[in-house]
Design a protein around this ligand. Structure first.
Ligand code: NAD
Length: 468
């Protein structure tokens, strides 16, 4: 049996620590983290303890770690959007194969530099386009490629970000300001643009775009709303964005799970919505229910390392997530539409907005022989194909078996990345692998930059010119 891949972690935050780090804890035969770079002391110590990393392999930033001779085969770069490029270039030059979080970079020039250095050094550089690894989009791609739909005429794809996820990440949270992170069409939808090209097997030739920040602005605040929800807001009982409702009661999260799952998970999350005390009592005899009654994951893990109700309330009193959504310093859009034309002549629209009641992507594909409709939600997913001639309808359950994030995408992404690295450093990337090389990811990122330019300048962008 092959020994586990030895890896280094750069940025042990939500993605690095909770997603990829926890994968290593579940699969010690596949991967072992042997060094960590993380400036936040609590996070660094927690990651080091969880992976038994020696003190001499713990660093408060990536530079001293990457100045040392290479130790291990793989580097995970999971820093925030604007801190991807420098550590990735250094890791490639030090000889690591790299798994880099999306977006690969926040400018076209930086994206191109990453592609060039990955190709020069001959190292693997893969971008975490998690949707490619889900049973849902894998199945949809197979259906398109099988010819079952006939010729693809039009795709209408929606990224329905829920109102509370929007508020969490793009109004109160890390991705609220373009200057500090990225335009929302890049931060949220590089996945969607990537999945469209990946499914179609064609590039986009031209696009246009409209959108703006319509709702989360001071003029829409309830009358007299203070800067923070806990400072005596008169709308506490009625405002959906009242922070304790989102983070302490967690009702929107359970509602999402209940509405998009089925069977036992649906029953339990419904019960958690209506009678959390009952689920807590039942967890005494059925420990698996503690995953729900003692939930500690996203989004509350972002507010506090130990998200007890007391720590959460402290975070809401002082931290960014307790701010009134109408009094934040956000500037990214809350809705945007991109119109696209593909090489083969098909058209597509991507609608992204942050006002959905239930989170999830939805897709409708018009083919010359059949129509496809699909929902990809938090707790479940399905695809339905209706054939024109027979009126025969086929329904696929594309829910992930694993409970991992992004509809099973996080788990499979890791497995594929690790499979692609051979222990002696020889690359082994199957041509059918959904892994997205830097060169492949460049295309979806260029589309996002082009869409932003089209939106801001009210123009049509021709991708051939843009690529040049
Ligand atoms: N693939 C996906 O679907 C997906 C989903 C969510 C987020 N992301 C992306 O993942 C990235 C990380 O997001 P997150 O939510 O984990 O953020 P996070 O803020 O929780 O984690 C980033 C970590 O990087 C650390 N860091 C900062 N400077 C550093 C340095 N000099 N050296 C080493 N570490 C440093 C921070 O202290 C922090 O702990 C972002 O780019 C985000 O857009 C991708």
């Amino acid at each position: 049996m092959m020994p586990p891949i030895q890896a280094i972690m750069i940025g042990a935050g939500q993605r690095g620590g909770e997603v990829y780090g926890e994968y290593a804890v579940r699969h010690p035969e596949q991967i072992r983290f042997i060094a960590v770079a993380e400036p936040d002391v609590e996070r660094r110590q927690r990651f080091a303890a969880r992976h038994k990393i020696h003190a001499e392999n713990q660093f408060d930033s990536w530079e001293p770690l990457l100045e040392r001779p290479r130790s291990g085969q793989a580097a995970f770069v999971c820093t925030q959007d604007q801190q991807h490029v420098a550590p990735t270039l250094a890791a490639l030059r030090a000889g690591y194969d790299v798994l880099l979080e999306k977006p690969m970079a926040t400018t076209a020039r930086d994206c191109r530099q990453l592609v060039a250095v990955a190709e020069e050094t001959g190292r693997q550089l893969h971008i975490c386009h998690v949707l490619r690894f889900t049973p849902h989009f894998t199945q949809m791609r197979e259906i398109i490629r099988s010819g079952e739909l006939g010729e693809i005429i039009n795709i209408s794809h929606r990224e329905n970000v829920s109102w509370w996820h929007m508020a969490h990440s793009f109004v109160r949270g890390n991705w609220r300001r373009e200057e500090d992170s990225a335009p929302m069409i890049l931060a949220k939808c590089c996945h969607d643009l990537d999945i469209l090209i990946w499914m179609m097997g064609q590039n986009c030739t031209r696009l246009s775009s409209v959108g703006n920040l319509k709702h989360y602005r001071p003029e829409n605040a309830p009358e007299g709303a203070p800067q923070r929800c806990l400072d005596g807001c008169l709308a506490a009982e009625t405002c959906p964005y009242y922070a304790p409702f989102i983070y302490v009661d967690l009702l929107p999260l359970w509602r999402n799970y209940a509405d998009t799952s089925k069977g036992f998970p649906r029953l339990v999350t419904r019960a958690q919505q209506r009678a959390p005390g009952l689920v807590k009592a039942m967890a005494g005899v059925a420990p698996s229910l503690r995953q729900i009654s003692e939930y500690r994951g996203w989004p509350i893990s972002v507010l506090a390392q130990d998200p007890t109700p007391e720590n959460l309330m402290a975070a809401l009193r002082e931290g960014p997530y307790g701010r009134c959504v109408y009094h934040c310093d956000n500037d990214v859009v809350d809705h945007q539409v991109v119109n696209m034309q593909f090489e083969g002549g098909a058209s597509a629209t991507l609608t992204m907005h942050g006002h959905s009641h239930i989170e999830g992507r939805s897709t409708r594909i018009q083919g010359s022989r059949a129509e496809l409709q699909a929902i990809f939600g938090y707790g479940g997913a399905w695809i339905e194909v209706n054939q024109h001639r027979s009126d025969h309808s086929i329904r696929y359950d594309t829910s992930a078996e694993e409970t991992s994030g992004h509809g099973g995408g996080d788990e499979r992404l890791m497995a594929e990345f690790l499979n692609s690295i051979q222990i002696d450093g020889v690359h082994f990337l199957e041509s059918a692998s959904p892994l997205s090389t830097a060169r492949q990811s460049l295309e979806s990122h260029l589309m996002a930059f082009a869409a932003e330019e089209a939106r801001l300048d009210a123009k049509v962008v021709h991708l051939a010119e843009y690529r040049r």
